[in-house]
Design a protein around this ligand. Sequence first.
Ligand code: HEC
Length: 130
Amino acid sequence: MRRLLLLTVVVGCGVPEKVDAPQPMEPRAMEPVQQQPPQQPLTGLPCDVRAALQASCAGCHAGSVAVYYRGFSTRDDLLGLGDKVAERLSSPTFPMPPRDAERQPTEAERLTLRQWVQGGMPAGACGALE
Ligand code: HEC
């Protein structure tokens, strides 16, 4: 009986404990801290939209000529017009630009404007119309 007890103790102690090998320290790359200027929320017009408006609408609606008509130069101005922009862009009776305007937008420009209006006139990085 004693022997059995002794044997248990010996066997129990004889198992070498598994010791975790110390982990080698990983050298940390010194990453430069990215110093970025704080992001300003966009308030302008998307650049392709601005280009299309400048080419086909600004001549009558922006700058000093706009005193005769409803003027718009910024995105805020256009937001203020609500659904009128969408309506007039695709109006069969009173289209914008008017049929006798100097320049009609290209198909690509019409698509750009229509998609912008349908998308809720999101802001972009380009400035106001001149
Ligand atoms: C040749 C000049 C001319 C051009 C170019 C022109 N417009 Fe107009 N627009 C007018 C005139 C004049 C009116 C006011 C009479 C009317 O409602 O038809 C007007 C009215 C509008 C109105 C309605 C404003 C209101 O308060 O009811 C919108 C919206 C508009 N234009 C958008 C546009 C857009 C967008 C473009 C370019 C895709 C454009 N216009 C190009 C002359 C122009």
